[in-house]
Write a protein that binds this ligand. Structure first.
Ligand SMILES: C[S@@+](CC[C@H](N)C(=O)[O-])C[C@H]1O[C@@H](n2cnc3c(N)ncnc32)[C@H](O)[C@@H]1O
Length: 351
C-alpha cells in the first residue's frame, strides 16, 4: 500500500471552513501544503497532502478538529451482498490493529448511516479478526482502524495513533447531564476540565480552594466547582439557583464581571459571559497578569463571520501579553463538543 495522501478531519458541522483554515496553517508551519473541498455543514473534510502520515505524526492539539487520521483507502461501491471483504482486502498488508471504530459524521443527514455503522461494526470486527487484522481482544494501546461511512456503500478507511486519539471516539463527549445541576452549560465546563486537565481533573480541583465565576447565573459552572469542594464567588446580575446557594459554598455578587476584582487571589477563574471575545480575553489577561487567579477557563463566543481570524487575533494577543509575564503559561483551546459557535480556552502555569 502506498503512503496516505490525505487526512480525514472531523469537526462540528458548520465549522468546516475553520477546520480547513487551521489545518492549512498548521500544515504550512510544518512544511506541508494541501487542499480540501469541504461540503458545508458536513462535519468532515479530507485534506489532501503529500506525506499525510508525517503531517499526522507532527499534529499539535487542534482547536477546530475533533479527530484526525490518515486515509488509507476510499471505497466507493461496497456491494450490499458482502461489504466486509473489500474492506478487509484494502487493509490486507497492514499490521493488526487493536480496535475498530465504525463512524459517521455528525448531523441529521447521517442518522440512517449512523444506525447502519452501529450495526455493521460487529460483522466487520469479526471479518478483520479472521484475517488477523485485529487483535483477538480490544487493545487501546495499539493503533485502531477507522471506517467513516458516508453512506452504506461509501467508506473512508484509516488507521490512527493512540497518542492522537481523542478522549471520546470522534471527539463526541459522552457526559450525562447531572439532574441537580442548574443549567446544561455545566456539561461544557465538565468537558473542558476533562480535555484540558485530563482524567484526574477532579483530584486536581480538590487540591484547590477558591474560584471566581464571571457570568455565573444560574450556576451550571459554579455547581461543578462547588461539587469538588471549592468556595466560589459567583458574579452575575441574574439569579443563582437556590439549591446551589444553600450549599453555603457560594457568595453571589451582583456586580459587573468586567470591573470586579477579588479581594484575595483565587485558584481558578472561570468565565462564561456572553460578550465580545476580544473583550473577554483582555479581561482574562488582566486577571492572569495581575496574579488575581492562578488558572483560568473561559469561553469565547465567536462572531458569525471571520471566526478563524478572530481566534487568530486573540491567540496572538494571549501570547503577546503572557510572554511579558514573569512566569511561563500553558495555553490550550478547543471547540468542545458541548460548545456551539464558541471555543473554550484554558490557561495554566506552564512547566
Ligand atoms: C451563558 S450565561 C452563563 C451560564 C452559566 N455559566 C451556567 O453554567 O449556568 C451568561 C451569563 O453572563 C452574565 N453576564 C453577561 N455580562 C455580564 C457582566 N458584564 N457581568 C456579569 N455577568 C454578566 C449574564 O447575566 C448571564 O447570566
Amino acid at each position: 500500500m502506498t503512503d496516505p495522501t490525505s487526512l480525514l478531519l472531523l469537526c462540528r458541522p458548520g465549522f468546516e471552513k475553520e477546520c480547513l483554515a487551521e489545518i492549512t496553517q498548521v500544515a504550512a508551519e510544518h512544511g506541508h501544503y494541501g487542499w480540501a473541498q469541504p461540503e458545508a455543514d458536513s462535519g468532515w473534510l479530507q485534506f489532501h497532502t503529500e506525506q499525510a502520515s508525517r503531517l499526522y505524526a507532527e499534529l499539535p492539539a487542534l482547536v477546530f478538529t475533533r479527530e484526525a487520521w490518515p486515509v488509507l483507502a476510499h471505497l466507493d461501491a461496497l456491494p450490499a451482498s458482502d461489504r466486509t471483504r473489500p474492506i478487509a482486502d484494502a487493509l490486507q498488508d497492514q499490521p493488526a490493529a487493536g480496535q475498530l471504530f465504525c463512524d459517521t459524521a455528525e448531523g441529521d443527514a447521517y442518522r440512517g448511516t449512523a444506525r447502519f455503522a452501529g450495526k455493521f461494526v460487529h460483522p466487520l470486527r469479526q471479518a478483520l479478526r479472521q484475517q488477523n487484522l485485529l487483535t483477538p481482544k480490544d487493545r487501546a494501546d495499539l493503533p485502531a482502524w477507522h471506517a467513516l461511512f458516508l453512506d452504506s456503500s461509501r467508506v473512508l478507511l484509516g488507521r490512527d495513533n493512540p497518542a492522537h486519539r481523542p478522549r471520546w471516539p470522534m471527539g463526541v463527549a459522552r457526559l450525562r447531564f447531572p439532574p441537580q445541576a442548574p443549567s446544561r452549560s455545566t456539561l461544557k465546563l465538565e468537558e473542558a476540565l476533562h480535555i484540558f486537565l485530563g482524567d484526574t481533573w477532579r483530584q486536581q480541583l480538590q487540591q484547590s480552594f477558591t474560584a471566581a465565576d464571571l457570568g455565573a447565573a444560574p450556576g451550571g459552572w459554579t455547581w461543578q466547582l462547588v461539587k469538588q469542594g471549592l468556595q466560589v464567588q459567583a458574579i452575575d446580575n441574574g439569579p443563582m439557583d437556590d439549591d446551589l446557594m444553600a450549599s453555603g459554598q457560594v457568595e453571589h455578587l451582583r456586580v459587573d464581571g468586567f470591573t470586579w476584582v477579588p479581594e484575595h487571589p483565587v485558584d481558578w477563574l472561570v468565565c462564561d459571559m456572553v460578550e465580545s471575545p476580544a473583550r473577554v480575553a483582555e479581561r482574562m489577561l488582566d486577571w492572569l497578569t495581575a496574579g488575581w487567579c492562578r488558572n483560568a477557563v473561559f469561553n469565547l463566543k465567536l462572531p458569525m463571520k471571520k471566526r478563524w481570524q478572530t481566534w487568530q487575533d486573540i491567540e496572538q494577543r494571549l501570547h503577546a501579553r503572557l510572554s511579558g509575564a514573569s512566569r511561563n503559561w500553558q495555553i490550550q483551546a478547543r471547540q468542545l463538543y458541548f460548545d456551539r459557535a464558541e471555543i473554550t480556552v484554558c490557561i495554566r502555569p506552564g512547566t
